[in-house]
Each structure stands twice: as structure tokens, then as C-alpha cells.
Design a protein around this ligand. Structure first.
Ligand code: SAM
Length: 279
């Protein structure tokens, strides 16, 4: 372990930090989070240096390599977003979405039911259709495909040894995806690594794990009073954590935020994308 939890009276720092994080998530506002991260300039499809096109391209590349397959993909800490599934949905007949907060699970269910006034993912879907060479006009079919393969939207807590408690998977998943979750819900590096081990228990040997996350971030904002602490991580730490948890790293990409993407909603320095295989 890189960091040892220290004893402070009857509680460890990890426990204290964990409850501070849980408390800050009670103020998480899905609309504010979407506005902060999923509108221009961070989601500007006319700019190749924008964050969202970079993420979508990493995911498209990972799936197009042809080695990720199986029946079930679980997305851990989905939040109120579906962009992360736009390539994955073509490769899996079943996708399970998960989040810690009911407000986020509601937001996802509202999009799945195609309700009015949900976040408009259309430009994202069009962009991924373009990346896949189908042309942007193919977007309604991809939206329908994603809606049809999502089988459940369920609670998750990565700090539990079974993150899907009380549910128990009949079969381990073939693929895990998790974006901006582990570092944003862990009070310290030890807790990040334990959460990764917990996630790994959901995946079959030989299955793939795709992680996207924030580099060197210490907080992000998600609405009125929601200043959420983040454990700062770097590439060596993420790589060694995966290796210690029994993963082989296949791809590791990083993106450095240009000044124009620093819009005052966090202090993130960069983003990592990693594709790994459970040995
Ligand atoms: N995956 C989305 C994305 O790419 O934008 C959302 C990421 S958001 C930074 C972190 C998510 O982790 C939130 O949706 C939050 O509700 C969820 N979360 C909070 N505590 C968690 C926990 N203990 N276990 C799993 N997820 C948690």
C-alpha cells in the first residue's frame, strides 16, 4: 500500500475521509454536473483538443481492436451519463448501469425511457457514429441499440467487498467500465486500491477493465455546496494499482488539459484512459 490509514482516536483518517465524501455526494446535482462537464468547451465536437472527443476516441479505439467481447458489461459509477457506453453497446448484448446515488439512477432511467427534458446526448451519439464510419445519420439506431441492451440500473458502492450488495452476480462480468469514479469516491490511495480490488471481484479472469479518470485532481464541483474531494492520482500509481490487483495493462493514454478547458469547476490537470485485462 502506498498510503497507510492513520489512527485518529477511534476512527481512521480513511473512515473520516470516507464519511466526508459520502456527505458531499448528498449535495451532488446531476444537472450541474452535466452542465460543468458535458457542454462546450469540454464537449466541443468541432475542436480536436476538447475533452469529450478525446474520451470517445479512446473508447472507440479500445473496442475496435476486437479483443473485448462476452455477454455482460458493467459500468461502475455511471453518474447521470451515457456517453461512455456508445461504443460498448455495439459489442455487448447486456449492459448494467450502476450508481451510488438515486438521483443519478433516476436520470439514467429517464433517458432510457426517452422522456422529454433529459440531457441531449444526440451530438455525442452522432460523433461516435462518425468515428465508427457509419455517418452521423445512423444515430437513432445507436440510441435505440443502447436503450435496448441496458438491462438494469442498480446501486453500487465500490467500498463494499461486493460493490453490488445485496445483489450477487450469477456470472462474473466479461467487461468492466468505470469513468471518473474511483478517484472521486476514495479518501486516499489505499482506499482507491481497495475499491479497485472490490471491482475486480465482479470480473471474470480474462475479462477487460476500461478505466477513465482524472489526473492530479483534488476536488470537483457538482452544484450548490457540492465541492467533492478527489484523491490525486498519477499514471505510475494507477498502473501499479492495476498490476497489484492482477491486471495486465494493454493501453495507457493520457491527455493534458489545455488552459481553455480549465473552466473553474475542478482543478484537474489531465485525464487517463487505461485498457487492462484481468489475468
Ligand atoms: N461516470 C460518470 C462520468 O463519466 O461522468 C460520473 C462520474 S462522477 C465524477 C462520480 C460518480 O461516482 C457519481 O455519479 C457518484 O454518484 C458515484 N459515486 C459516489 N460514491 C460512490 C461509491 N461509493 N461507489 C460507487 N460510485 C460512487
Amino acid at each position: 500500500m502506498e498510503t497507510q490509514a492513520r489512527q485518529t482516536g477511534s476512527q481512521t483518517d480513511t473512515q473520516t475521509g470516507g464519511s466526508a465524501i459520502r456527505e458531499s455526494y448528498q449535495k451532488f446535482d446531476p444537472q450541474a454536473y452535466l452542465q460543468n462537464n458535458y457542454t462546450p468547451p469540454r464537449a466541443d465536437f468541432s475542436r480536436p483538443d476538447s475533452i469529450v472527443p478525446w474520451k470517445l476516441n479512446c473508447l472507440r479505439e479500445a473496442f475496435s481492436q476486437g479483443d473485448i467481447s462476452g455477454r455482460t458489461l458493467i459500468d461502475i459509477g455511471s453518474g447521470p451519463t451515457v456517453y461512455q457506453l456508445l461504443s460498448a453497446c455495439e459489442f455487448f448484448p447486456e449492459i448494467i448501469l450502476t450508481d451510488y446515488l438515486e438521483v443519478n439512477r433516476q436520470e439514467l432511467r429517464r433517458w432510457l425511457r426517452n422522456e422529454a427534458d433529459t440531457f441531449d446526448w444526440t451530438p455525442y451519439i452522432q460523433h461516435v457514429c462518425e468515428l465508427e464510419g457509419k455517418g452521423s445519420c445512423a444515430w437513432p439506431a445507436k440510441a435505440a441499440r443502447l436503450r435496448s441492451v441496458v438491462s438494469q440500473v442498480i446501486p453500487v458502492d465500490v467500498h463494499r467487498s461486493n460493490p453490488l450488495h445485496p445483489r450477487v452476480l450469477a456470472e462474473p462480468a466479461d467487461c468492466l467500465l468505470s469513468c471518473f469514479c474511483l478517484e472521486a469516491v476514495s479518501p486516499d490511495r489505499e482506499s482507491f486500491q481497495q475499491a479497485l480490488r472490490n471491482l475486480s471481484s465482479l470480473l471474470r479472469p480474462g475479462g477487460h477493465c476500461l478505466l477513465i479518470g482524472a489526473l492530479d485532481e483534488s476536488f470537483y464541483l457538482a452544484g450548490e455546496g457540492a465541492r467533492i474531494p478527489v484523491v490525486p492520482v498519477d499514471q505510475p500509481f494507477v498502473s501499479s494499482s492495476l498490476q497489484h490487483c492482477g491486471f495486465q495493462i494493454l493501453t495507457f493514454h493520457t491527455y493534458t488539459l489545455p488552459p481553455s478547458m480549465k473552466v473553474g469547476v475542478d482543478d484537474v490537470a489531465g485525464i487517463f484512459f487505461v485498457k487492462a485485462k484481468k489475468l
